[in-house]
Design a binder for this molecule. Sequence first.
Ligand SMILES: [Zn+2]
Length: 207
Amino acid sequence: MHISRSPAILRSLTRKNLLWDIPDRPGEIFVTFDDGPVPEITPRVLEILKEYDAKATFFCVGDNIAKHPEVYQQILDAGHATGNHTFHHLNGWKSRHEDYLADIEKCSEVVNSRLFRPPYGRIRPTFIKFISNDYRIVMWSVLTGDYDKELTPANVLKNATDHTTDGSIVVFHDSLKAADNMLYALPEFLDHFSRKGYRFSSIPEGV
Ligand SMILES: [Zn+2]
């Protein structure tokens, strides 16, 4: 079964240190993209966002920025926010504290942002406290499942639209793996909520 909402218990336990949604921003939706920048995909995402006058937040893998700095620059030039997604897309449950921290810091050399999203959403509770002074840890309220090969593009769109509401933080991926689902669902999603009068905003660093 695909779980598109984060577990309620985890959300309430950690609400203080983890950002799951921004409920005090009615009429706004916070679309995010993980795992880029990728030259085959990210520029297409930027075009789609522009069509809907949408601003988003890109949680970038440092290694991808090092390989494709010009694509990263396109994200910044278009006025979107960026966040740290580690340099090597490390799994926080499998990494030693010092290795994980070093990888975040290596990513921070190319991403000038205090927003951080742990790859796979996996971060140890002790580590949350450890980095909370320096980073705002951004989770999500809606996982579209665009990377899931068992879901069709229509499934992904339905997932995204059914669960999104005021202040939702929604996860898509600007990756090759998610491209088929994401490139179908994203414009439909933006169209659906634009018609309802929603705006699409970047996550503010001070939130
Ligand atoms: Zn990721």
